[in-house]
Each structure stands twice: as C-alpha cells, then as structure tokens.
Design a protein around this ligand. Structure first.
Ligand SMILES: [Zn+2]
Ligand SMILES: [Zn+2]
Length: 344
C-alpha cells in the first residue's frame, strides 16, 4: 500500500516562515507584507520580527493566515577583537497555538534593538520567569532551543552560512524542529551561498530527525522589481486539510511540507521499497540517502522530466529527494528515515 509522505488529503498552502516588518528592521508594514504575499499566491506568513513577538489577528482572512513568531539571536563577542570573524546564532520560533503570546527567552532590559525597542508596550512575557541571559556557547544555545520548544514553539535554525557557523559549531545544536536549507535574503541581498543541503545532511548523518525549510527572511530593503527584492524566493508548501492556525502548525510538526526556491513537488509516496515523486518540469531529480548509494534521473537532450522512482533499502538510513529546474533552482523534500518508512 502506498505510504503518502505528503498527505494525499488536503491541498498545498504556500508559506513563508521567516519575515521582518517595520516592527523590527523590515521596510513593509505587516499589512503591506500581507498584500505582497497574497499577491504572490501565499496563504501563510509567520511574522518573525527581531526580538519582538506580536500577533497579527487583524490580518487573518479566509485566504490568509498570519502565524505568531519571533527571531531570537545570540551574537559572539570575540576577546581577540576580530569582529569580522564573529559568529551569530539565530532561530525563528513560531507559536504552535494561536493564544501562546508570551515572548520566549525574554530579558527585561537586553537584546531588544531598532524599532522593536520603541514598542515594548506590545510585548507580553511570563512575569514569573527570570531574565534569559544569552552567551554564544553550546550550553546557552541549546538552552534557548529547549526553552522555546518547551514553551510550545516550532523552532527553526536560521541561515548557518550568513551566521558564519561551521560544522563544529552547528553540529552541537540539538532539538530544533527544522533548519533553513535556503534563505532568500542571505542569498540575494547579502551574497551568501545560502543553499545549505550539505548542512541539512550533516544533521541527518548525526541522527537528528529534523526538517528542511526554505524561507525569505524578507526585509524589503531594495525596490520591488530589483534582483535584491527578497519577497517570494524561498518558501515551503504545506499539505493540510484547511487553512486554520492549529491545523497548519500540526502539519509543520508532522513534516507535511517540502521546501523550494523554484520548482514544485506534487506527489511523494513510498511503496514496496520505492520512493516516487511527481513534480513540475525539471531537468534533474536527485535521490540522496544516508549511505553511499545516491541515485538520479536526468532529462536527456535538453528535455524536462516530471517524475521519477528510486529504490530504497532498509540500510539506506534515510532518503530525500531534490528536484532542479532549468534555472538551477531546487525543491527539497524532508528526509525520511528508513526505519519509519519500512515500518508497517
Ligand atoms: Zn537572522
Ligand atoms: Zn531574519
């Protein structure tokens, strides 16, 4: 029997899970963000302004769901004064329940900057909690991830390339739900090579069952129409039965989505030791695995292809699919671990 890895029921909702507005350092108001994303066919935007978590129920309508979120950062302060070598650690935390309005990892006097500091009246936090002090080290970073999770947030590890974090740094981070396999602003505005399939696989090889998301991280600092316009590049397609807050966040928790900065994946299922994908017109479909047995299909002589099947064996550890269009843009599925795939 077919095991649908993207549920057969429901429909796809296009989503951007990383977004900045004028509440922090973005250039569009929340209303303008909604207008921009609706015009590009999005149904979901998580508002993740820096250090300020504000719900936007006023933006909710039948075709648009705002998710409540925040981006939290820890900055390294090097004693040797090499400022250009300093690293950052950023996560986006998205509230799983719409009434979860207390800002996680809050500090009453530190870390809030820019426009956010003028809007402290909009912030809610748990007054019984002590101030959360941040230091750029493994213990504090893992404590921040764990705290966000325990407080009911979907936690995404952001833009490792922009953050200048390397394998010895990020491989120590535990318990986040997902990582950014692609970050549009880092790629388009900052010039970072922020398509990170290798980083994603580093986590998988370390046994971390995490998901891959693509996101915009839009600040809209450049005029619309320029190559640096950062809205509408990285997205996920969430498969769910309805556009309702908890239905959508449950689909996030269950990994019912794929990541993309171009092509679309229509169907993904597993049956009798084969994984099968159907997608928009692409030139290459890659099957990556947690072993030395990858596979691929190419469109021959400049032709495009729209589906492929690949053998999967129990010993492959995990499997995931990447499809690449003629412009070199990719869509990535989450990884599926073979012990779960082959389980009855
Ligand atoms: Zn960031
Ligand atoms: Zn950001």
């Amino acid at each position: 029997m077919k095991k649908y890895l993207l549920p057969q029921k429901g429909r796809f909702y296009k989503a951007n899970l990383h977004c900045h507005t004028t509440l922090s350092d973005g250039n569009l108001t929340p209303e303008q963000v909604k207008e921009e994303y609706k015009s590009q066919g999005y149904s979901v935007v998580a508002f993740t302004d820096h250090e300020i978590m504000v719900p936007h129920p006023e933006l909710l309508d039948d075709e648009f769901l705002p998710l409540t979120g925040i981006e939290l950062a820890i900055h390294e302060h090097r004693a040797d004064g090499k400022r250009h070598q300093e690293k950052d650690f950023h996560i986006c935390a998205i509230a799983l329940e719409p009434d979860n309005l207390n800002q996680p990892c809050f500090h009453r006097t530190k870390y809030i900057w820019g426009n956010a500091s003028k809007q402290l009246d909009k912030i809610r936090y748990d007054e019984n909690e002590p101030d959360f002090e941040r230091t750029y080290d493994e213990e504090c970073i893992n404590q921040m991830i764990r705290t966000c999770r325990e407080k009911g947030f979907f936690v995404i590890y952001c833009h490792p390339t922009w953050s200048f974090e390397r394998y010895p740094d990020y491989i120590r981070y535990q318990n986040f739900h997902a990582m950014e396999i692609y970050n549009n602003a880092s790629y388009k505005v900052d010039g970072c090579a922020e398509y990170n399939p290798r980083v994603y696989e580093d986590f998988l090889f370390a046994g971390q069952r995490v998901f891959a998301v693509a996101a915009d991280d839009n600040h809209n600092s450049f005029p619309k129409g320029t190559a640096e316009w950062d809205s509408g590049g990285g997205f996920i397609m969430i498969r769910a039965e309805k556009l309702e807050y908890r239905t959508i966040t449950k689909a996030l928790e269950q990994g019912h989505f794929y990541a993309s900065f171009g092509p679309e994946i229509h169907t993904l299922w597993f049956e009798d030791g084969k994984i099968h994908v159907e997608c928009s017109e692409v030139v290459r479909i890659i099957c990556s695995k947690g072993c030395r047995r990858p596979d691929k299909r190419h469109g021959q002589n400049g032709q495009t292809i729209t589906e492929a099947s690949f053998d999967v064996r129990p010993g492959d550890n995990w499997v995931r699919i990447t499809v690449m269009d003629a412009k070199g843009r990719c869509a990535d599925t989450n990884a599926y671990f073979t012990d779960e795939l082959f389980a009855e």
